[in-house]
Design a protein around this ligand. Structure first.
Ligand code: SAM
Length: 246
């Protein structure tokens, strides 16, 4: 596949074999990359389809193009993975969003636990979620994902435990976890996987018990204690190896 610019567009941008580019997509493609009429690009609908587009007309704030072909988008893991991670301090959360997207997550759930230091002001939560989603979209375009991972609204561990997700749930427990690979072998084809990673101070013993009582498998990532962001990326890499690369 040729190395053409890629952009995710909303579903209503695709009508009768034509696409309309406006807003950030227009700015990026026509102002930053300076695409011209006749140039080609890939437009993704975020639902798993990749369209081949040729630009027909470029106006002041909008461009239109013709879809010349389409194919299923690549870049998606065979099993949807949700990363439910406690928000660490500083820039590390945004780093996790970007890297987790590259490693194939379908959803990212910011988890509020007893020892989570970062508190989200409810008045700023929507703005933060929008910013986080933007980081994920940019990462998804850059790494050639077929779908945009969803950044969910922050959730307390108590609410998470009250409505367990379907599929396999893996709680990363640095001192009480057992073999990750045994857990994966015991559930050969789960409908989805949710991975929980604690904050800098770890899950409290009560939280770990709650997760295990809910049905999560406690898993170890080895004998070293990893920083929270390392643990998130380590388990996502191990899952990518297990489901996509073996
Ligand atoms: N303060 C904790 C301690 O000293 O025991 C360490 C917490 S660790 C920095 C942050 C999170 O990363 C943990 O809650 C856990 O989810 C995950 N984690 C780190 N190392 C791990 C390991 N070896 N196995 C499983 N999970 C790990």
């Amino acid at each position: 596949m040729k190395d053409l610019p890629r952009v995710f567009l909303p579903p209503d941008a695709f009508v009768d074999g034509k696409v309309t580019l406006d807003g950030e997509a227009f700015h990026h493609l026509c102002r930053v990359l300076r695409l011209k009429e006749g140039d080609r690009l890939y437009a993704l609908d975020g639902q798993g389809q990749l369209a081949h587009v040729t630009l027909d007309a470029i106006a002041k704030a909008q461009a239109t193009g013709t879809v010349t072909g389409s194919e299923p988008a690549l870049g998606e893991p065979p099993i949807p993975i949700t990363l439910a991670a406690a928000i660490p301090k500083g820039e590390r959360w945004e780093w996790i969003l970007q890297k987790a997207t590259e490693l194939g997550v379908s959803r990212i759930l910011p988890l509020m636990t007893s020892r989570t230091v970062v508190q989200i002001d409810p008045k700023k939560a929507a703005d933060k979620q929008t910013r986080w989603q933007k980081i994920v979209i940019e990462a998804a375009e850059q790494c050639e994902r077929g779908r945009i991972p969803e950044v969910m609204a922050p959730m307390s561990l108590g609410s998470f435990v009250a409505s367990p997700p379907p599929g396999l749930t893996l709680a990363c427990l640095e001192r009480a976890g057992s073999s990750l690979f045994a857990a994966l072998e015991a559930a050969p084809r789960p409908e989805g996987i949710t991975v929980l990673v604690g904050p800098e101070g770890g899950f409290t013993p009560q939280e770990a018990d709650q997760l295990l009582a809910m049905g999560a498998r406690g898993v170890s990532l080895g004998t070293r204690i990893l920083r929270a962001e390392t643990a998130s990326l380590a388990i996502l890499t191990m899952l990518a190896y297990h489901y996509e690369l073996r």
